[in-house]
Design a protein around this ligand. Structure first.
Ligand code: SAH
Length: 247
């Protein structure tokens, strides 16, 4: 009998010492230590061929900064020996913005190869030639792909079976139904004169669920009209719910 290999992230970076970094602690770190997932950080510079071990060069056509060389990066990708079933990603501000739905897909598969850019970015020919899928973690520019890769891996790992303490806690959170999460409370019952909303301590589970749903819808409609527009319509849902949380 063959034991299925665990979910695996293979990262190509000029700074392998940045891994596992924050993924070595807490939930992800414990899961890594117990073999629920694997992380391989490979140094792109190991594929440099000239005597200076250079990985970058000036941009063709001029302009500021440096560009990661196609030959070096392609050699690093090829040396990683990634099977055809594994997604090949490039962290990039030009990429499609990462969503919880894409995270769930990636967590469901064997785990991706993730290329971390540096400098002004990478030579277009390696993106095209190796079929890299560009993924962005938001409309802002980081100095390198490593922090973006850490964010992507973290989002995937917490969805892997056995990683989160309570299996259920992934199902009811922000984005899972196209909505933002309702507000959370815990003890003390009274904080700076503000009590926990009484419905939550009423013990009436149906009322709690209805309250949470209404809060989720109100928050989503007011903060993220883009998500609200796309959220699955629910029978009895108000068109534009009155916001009880922000108002
Ligand atoms: N000149 C590029 C930015 C390069 S930033 C441009 O204008 O598009 C250097 C590297 O950081 C990128 O190659 C990418 O790997 C990473 N990076 C920066 N911002 C990112 C973001 N929002 N999402 C994912 N990766 C990002």
């Amino acid at each position: 009998m063959t034991i299925p290999s665990p979910w695996r992230a293979t990262v190509l970076t000029l700074f392998p010492e940045m891994f596992p970094g924050p993924l070595g602690v807490s939930l992800a770190g414990r899961a890594l230590a117990s073999g629920l997932w694997e992380l391989e950080a490979r140094d792109i510079r190991a594929s440099a061929t000239d005597r200076h071990r250079s990985v970058d060069d000036t941009p063709a056509g001029g302009g500021p900064g440096m560009v990661l060389r196609a030959d070096v990066l392609a050699a690093a990708i090829d040396a990683a020996g990634i099977g055809p079933d594994r997604p090949k990603l490039l962290m990039s501000p030009r990429g499609r913005p990462l969503t919880q739905a894409r995270v769930a897909e990636l967590a469901d598969g064997p785990g991706p190869l993730i290329v971390c850019g540096r400098f002004e970015g990478v030579d277009q020919r390696v993106i095209d030639g190796r079929g890299l899928e560009e993924v962005s973690i938001g409309d802002y520019v980081l100095s390198g792909g490593e922090i973006a890769a850490l964010a992507l891996i973290d989002a995937c790992v917490r969805l892997l079976p056995g990683v989160m303490g309570k299996e259920a806690s992934g199902a009811e959170e922000s984005f899972s139904e196209g909505l933002l999460e309702y507000p959370q409370y815990t003890r003390p019952q009274l904080f700076e004169g503000v009590p926990i909303p009484s419905i939550l301590t009423s013990g009436d589970h149906a009322k709690v669920a209805a309250w949470r749903r209404a809060e989720s819808e109100a928050l989503t409609a007011s903060r993220r009209p883009d998500l609200w527009e796309k959220a699955p319509k629910r029978a009895g849902r108000q068109k534009t719910p009155k916001n009880k949380t922000d108002g």
